[in-house]
Design a protein. Structure first.
Length: 198
């Protein structure tokens, strides 16, 4: 009786600590993580070229991310002079649920959110001026949506399920897309004070 090969187990989310969230809050470190998410792995030199930053400015941030357990050295490439470390994220799927049980974790998540929103704004501003920007249709790669509305429990559950589907699609797509275009999608969901009079 022949067996079909077992599918690889689904990657588990890395459960972040408050300190790991703090390490992610820096804009340069977030840029490194985002680039590694898109590219899979890279050396410090490759990251320097792709991010447009001096290589010397990246070493400290890579060390901090590695010490925090967010990136790891997956191999060493021989370059003639000395081996170059090749970095990759420990996990593309992150969970801040445990860290948010502490006040420090929540403060650090606010800093991470500010860094992520800033990176998204810079990416949008750069992309919107490019000829490759597509603002409509099924190949849209540049858009802004700001929605303000009321949601009951069922609508909120549906919205959260759709956010989960977006995340899953991005994780699946990266492996299959190979040479696809790198994209940055940021979702911020927040309740706002209800000042409505009863």
């Amino acid at each position: 009786m022949s067996r079909s090969p077992a599918s690889p187990p689904a990657p588990r989310a890395l459960k972040l600590t408050p300190d790991q969230l703090g390490a992610m809050a820096s804009s340069p470190r977030m840029a490194i993580l985002q680039r590694l998410d898109v590219d899979g792995q890279a050396t410090a030199r490759e990251l320097s070229e792709r991010l447009g930053r001096p290589i010397t400015a990246l070493y400290h941030h890579l060390e901090r991310l590695e010490a925090a357990g967010l990136v790891q050295v997956v191999e060493r490439r021989s370059t003639g002079r000395r081996p170059e470390a090749v970095y990759a994220v420990v996990s593309r799927q992150l969970s801040s649920a445990d860290a948010l049980r502490t006040p420090g974790g929540r403060r650090n998540l606010i800093k991470v959110a500010s860094s992520v929103v800033g990176a998204s704004l810079r990416a949008f501003a750069a992309a919107a001026t490019q000829a490759a920007a597509c603002f409509e249709g099924s190949q849209r790669n540049c858009t802004v949506r700001h929605l303000a509305f009321r949601a009951d429990a069922a609508q909120l559950a549906r919205i959260n399920a759709l956010i989960g589907e977006l995340e899953q699609a991005s994780l699946e797509g990266s492996e299959a897309a190979g040479d696809g275009q790198p994209l940055l999608l940021t979702v911020v969901l927040a309740s706002v004070p209800d000042k409505r009079k009863s």
